[in-house]
Design a protein around this ligand. Structure first.
Ligand code: GLA
Length: 365
């Protein structure tokens, strides 16, 4: 039917620059070739109907006047972006939305940002709101912050909207509004690929610990008299007295340097160097920022033992996924090694798959 538009919206992995998006640092995510499809059709009766194949999802309906707290479950994300658009004065008469997912949910691959950004982009297109990609990302971030109650940064939204095939997206999160720049991803020319290892673990402390890290970073920046913690220089770790704040700051400033190093290595096709930087990022997230978990650490260790050039957790941490830069001919070996190590721990079998850098949200037909 020609009044239905179909959108394809990718998930993301973050190549490097973890926990920097709320610290004004550089971040280098990739939109991936695993996506959601969102079909959208306008309604005029003030109702939004939502059907999906996501786990635990029957049909959900809510009014376009929906408010925070009105509903829970995964539909909170769809309702949140409707609320955020309406709050910003982008009014519309309702919608039918059908969501089909090829993104593993709960894997830390930003299925929530794909949902909010995809709906925002589709409604913007349908109703001619005239919003640009950064506007959409900010409205989607607001829906997660103020409707869903998740104090996330803006990396996921910008990655999902501004991704480009065969490119990573370098974000400057200190700019107002944040800016994006494509960085070519050419490792496949040299026989390498990016492997995602979905640990299938999700530790319940994830949300509270994320908020706690944000608070600690804000506290450290305030003590140092900085607007953004990513502006800290080495003397910060001497000036701060609290050991926890010192460690958090050490992660933020070394990770900021690692993002610059990673871009440089990618531009020179220096893959061994890129791998070393990725692995160093993991160590910093594990030891200084303390957002890893045994399942992520074992995935990284096993990947490195089996021939990965580098590996790290990706996203918020405490479960979710790790990534590994792997020679194509070692992919099976890495997968087997990770599975064997998980089996020895009697953990659920992890899911591993190769990803490519894909385009951001776009209309299909
Ligand atoms: C989650 C958040 C992002 C970002 C990462 C950590 O994915 O949604 O905004 O803060 O954690 O880099």
């Amino acid at each position: 039917m020609d009044d239905i538009r179909r959108w394809d919206v990718p998930g993301r992995v973050n190549l490097i620059g973890e926990h920097l998006d709320y610290n004004g640092g550089p971040v280098l995510p990739i939109a991936i070739d695993r996506s959601l499809t969102i079909k959208v059709r306008a309604r005029e009766d003030g109702v939004v109907n939502l059907w999906s194949d996501l786990p635990d999802s029957a049909k959900v309906s809510f009014a376009t006047t929906v408010q925070p707290g009105d509903l829970g479950g995964w539909a909170v994300y769809a309702a949140g972006i409707v609320w955020s658009l309406m709050e910003a004065g982008h009014r519309f008469g309702g919608a039918d939305l059908v969501v089909e997912s090829r993104l593993p949910s709960g894997a830390g691959l930003s299925s929530s940002a794909a949902l909010t950004c995809g709906i925002a982009a589709a409604l913007n297109d349908l109703h001619g709101f005239g919003l640009g990609l950064t506007d959409l990302a900010q409205l989607a971030q607001r829906s997660e912050n103020d409707f869903a109650g998740a104090p996330v940064g803006i990396m996921d939204q910008l990655a999902v909207l501004c991704g480009e095939a065969d490119h990573a997206v370098l974000l400057d999160t200190a700019a107002s509004p944040p800016t994006t720049q494509g960085v070519p991803v050419t490792w496949s020319v040299d026989g390498l690929t990016l492997l995602v290892i979905n640990t299938r673990a999700h530790h319940s402390l994830a949300d509270g610990e994320y908020a706690a890290r944000r608070d600690e970073c804000e506290q450290a920046a305030a003590e140092l008299g900085l607007e953004w913690l990513a502006q800290a220089t080495l003397d910060a770790t001497v000036r701060l007295t609290d050991e926890t704040l010192k460690a958090r700051t050490r992660h933020v400033l070394t990770e900021t340097a690692r993002v610059r190093g990673a871009v440089n290595a990618m531009n020179r096709r220096a893959w061994t160097q890129l791998g070393t930087i990725l692995t160093a990022s993991h160590a910093s997230l594990r030891d200084d920022f303390q957002v890893s978990c045994p399942e992520l650490d074992v995935a990284v260790e096993a990947a490195l033992e089996a021939g990965a050039l580098g590996a790290r957790m990706t996203g918020g941490g405490f479960g979710g996924s790790a990534i590994a830069l792997v020679p194509v001919d070692q992919v099976a070996r890495v997968r087997e090694r990770v599975e064997a190590r998980y089996a020895a721990h009697q953990w659920r079998e992890p899911e591993t798959f190769v990803v490519r850098a894909a385009d951001g949200a776009h209309v299909v037909d």
